[in-house]
Ligand binder design. Structure first.
Ligand SMILES: NC(=O)c1ccc[n+]([C@@H]2O[C@H](COP(=O)([O-])OP(=O)(O)OC[C@H]3O[C@@H](n4cnc5c(N)ncnc54)[C@H](O)[C@@H]3O)[C@@H](O)[C@H]2O)c1
Length: 314
């Protein structure tokens, strides 16, 4: 039976992946440090599936990770583990360098040593930097230069570079996906959509940065997970794949739509000073993964009501 190591498997995307996108005839080890962002109370649902085990560990713990690789003999690794909140990275960048870069290095070094068949690194569209240049919007493809703007995106960009160097130097079979903003269940409430919903539900002010016009591209977490499996099945070693959704929404429009669904007044919106270094938008070209056969099944504008309902009743 082939065996996967899924790091960060209790986080928003990793958890959705393990819940809905595992293969019945494979074995999975979910490894997570269990930070504040982990869905630890939801672990039993994963264990019930029968082919998933859980290990609490920090990917920066080199000795423990090497021992684990030696004992478990993984075939595949998908690295979801990361500190993921940009605001936190502005306050405390060090932990982002540690978990996102050093942690991924440890995993890749162990993967070289123990002969992994494929290492997939979950990256982000934020590595390209802001798509708005003067008055123009630029669309990035996988071979464009990286211009990360925040300590978070720097840590992700550095990891992508390390992954490519491991491929070049040691022939480590790596693939990288750079995805836009995910939406879906089990996301920690510091993130934009859950925060808007919780605050609106509790009649609390909804903080919106600057003029609220910053745009994000939104993809259903299920489409992201589907793309990851497609890259596993059809992607080529050493390649990067952009993954994106169909909807672009400004933060203010998103907040207004949620308020409307919940029948709450727009006066709950509170404009706050802009995030330092705030990127206006990220626009990426996803032709390469579409050529592998990828299509989005979902779109946020159709899913929003259901999503709001999920967070309200969760
Ligand atoms: N959420 C998005 O919209 C989005 C978009 C593109 C890419 N990504 C990337 O996808 C990945 C998953 O993001 P997410 O939104 O699920 O993040 P998340 O913050 O919800 O979850 C991250 C998980 O990683 C774990 N973790 C953190 N540091 C760890 C460490 N040192 N060792 C082991 N586990 C550790 C946490 O406990 C948590 O369970 C990240 O790499 C992120 O950069 C996220």
């Amino acid at each position: 039976m082939e065996k996967y190591l899924i790091t960060g498997g209790l986080g928003f995307i990793g958890y959705n992946y393990l819940l809905n996108f595992t293969k019945k005839d494979c074995e999975y080890v979910c490894l997570d440090k269990v930070t504040y962002a982990a869905n630890i109370d939801q672990l039993p649902r994963l264990l019930e599936k029968g082919n998933i085990r859980f290990i609490k560990e920090d990917i920066t713990n080199r000795d423990a990770i090497f021992k684990l690789f030696k004992n478990e003999k993984f075939d595949y690794v998908i690295n979801f583990a990361a500190e993921s909140h940009v605001d936190n990275s502005i306050i405390n960048p060090y932990i982002f360098a540690e978990s996102n870069y050093i942690g991924a290095m440890v995993l890749m070094d162990a993967s070289v040593k123990f002969g992994i068949k494929r290492f997939h690194q979950i990256s982000t569209d934020e590595v390209y930097g802001d798509s708005q240049k003067d008055t123009q919007i630029i669309q990035f493809n996988e071979s464009d230069a990286l211009h990360p703007s925040s300590p978070y995106s720097v840590s992700k960009a550095a990891t992508d570079m390390y992954a490519l160097s491991m491929h070049r130097t040691y022939n480590l079979p790596i693939t990288i996906s750079r995805c836009s903003n995910n939406y879906g269940p089990f996301q920690f409430k510091e993130k934009l959509i859950p925060k808007i919903i919780y605050n609106a539900k509790n009649n609390k002010n909804i903080p919106i940065y600057g003029d609220g016009l910053n745009m994000r591209n939104w993809i259903n977490v299920k489409d992201h997970c589907k793309a990851i499996n497609l890259i596993f099945d059809k992607g080529k070693d050493g390649e990067i794949y952009n993954v994106t959704g169909n909807d672009f929404l400004s933060n203010i429009e998103l907040a207004k739509r949620v308020l409307k669904i919940l029948n709450k007044p727009e006066s709950l919106i509170e404009y706050i000073p802009d995030r330092l270094g705030h990127d206006f938008c990220y626009v990426i070209d996803d032709l390469k993964i579409r050529e592998l056969g990828f299509n989005n099944d979902f779109c946020l504008l159709e899913d929003l009501e259901k999503l709001v309902d999920w967070y309200i009743t969760y």
